[in-house]
Design a protein around this ligand. Sequence first.
Ligand SMILES: *[C@@H]1O[C@H](CO)[C@@H](O)[C@H](O)[C@H]1NC(C)=O
Ligand SMILES: *[C@@H]1O[C@H](CO)[C@@H](O)[C@H](O)[C@H]1NC(C)=O
Ligand SMILES: *[C@@H]1O[C@H](CO)[C@@H](O)[C@H](O)[C@H]1NC(C)=O
Ligand SMILES: *[C@@H]1O[C@H](CO)[C@@H](O)[C@H](O)[C@H]1NC(C)=O
Ligand SMILES: *[C@@H]1O[C@H](CO)[C@@H](O)[C@H](O)[C@H]1NC(C)=O
Length: 269
Amino acid sequence: MIFLKICILVVTLSLAVLQLAHCKTKSNEFDFFTFTQVWPMVACLKDRSEEYKCHISRNVTGWTIHGLWPSGGRSSKGPTFCNNSSKFNESAVEKLLPELDVYWPNLQSETTRDDFWAYEWSKHGTCAKLVKETRNEYLYFKKALDLFQQINFTGILTDIGVIPDDNKLYDVLNILNKITPRLSKVKGVKPRLSCYKYKEQFYLNSVIICFTKQFEMTSCLPTPRDNRLYFKSLKDIRKIEKVENLVNNDNLISCPRDNLVKYPTIRYD
Ligand SMILES: *[C@@H]1O[C@H](CO)[C@@H](O)[C@H](O)[C@H]1NC(C)=O
Ligand SMILES: *[C@@H]1O[C@H](CO)[C@@H](O)[C@H](O)[C@H]1NC(C)=O
Ligand SMILES: *[C@@H]1O[C@H](CO)[C@@H](O)[C@H](O)[C@H]1NC(C)=O
Ligand SMILES: *[C@@H]1O[C@H](CO)[C@@H](O)[C@H](O)[C@H]1NC(C)=O
Ligand SMILES: *[C@@H]1O[C@H](CO)[C@@H](O)[C@H](O)[C@H]1NC(C)=O
């Protein structure tokens, strides 16, 4: 009897250990990458309303990278800070610095040049190691720069006649509809645009594009995992409709009802 009890205890304990190990690896899992670019002038607008100062170097003349983020997985937001011992190492990306300075600049003037890269690396880059193409620091930053070149949002906007202008209002839904076929050949896959409200005026803030772990463009929501959840039973059909609605309406984030936004020129100081 005592033996049986001990045995059950041991089995329970080992199950717990197994589960713990399972949870631990699972928590770093993700489903897709979110790649975000920002319009630096609007990023600065935001920053200027807060405590830190913003500085745009004269080398920065177009859209810039915010980050490449492992997304989805167990928490829909994706894993973060997957290895705090893995510190950002500038020498590892030395060859990329000329490009990083211009396309992935740190706009906060009260922090060092490396701070933004170091933060993005610790928070997101360390979680991208599970994917071969982003398995180390150099490859992670290189991949983000490659995606940036591949997408060239500054060029796409210029092509459709959307040029920074301090006196003009642009229709963000119209922009979304025009850029979609230029960005993606995959039917139904749409980029997302986000707006930022500052002093009662809305501004074009960022473009968000999602990629599979093989770096094919994909929808940001729902993830395959979410789909499995929603397709469990026919009773869930209403939930499925809900998710699809969300996807259709979710491509404009925090934008105004009339869709009119500013796209200001970059000012250097
Ligand atoms: C701007 O670009 C020039 C030429 O590539 C370079 O010498 C300079 O260091 C850059 N400045 C900054 C602030 O990145
Ligand atoms: C890693 O660092 C982040 C940010 O400083 C912190 O929030 C998190 O708790 C740390 N994780 C561990 C496991 O120490
Ligand atoms: C975390 O990073 C350190 C330093 O780069 C490395 O030695 C270690 O193997 C990493 N741990 C995991 C679980 O990848
Ligand atoms: C930083 O990167 C360089 C170049 O890849 C490498 O030689 C060096 O060992 C790295 N330093 C650390 C602390 O990992
Ligand atoms: C984007 O395209 C424009 C031309 O439309 C070009 O001037 C610019 O250098 C390109 N940017 C990148 C990062 O390739």
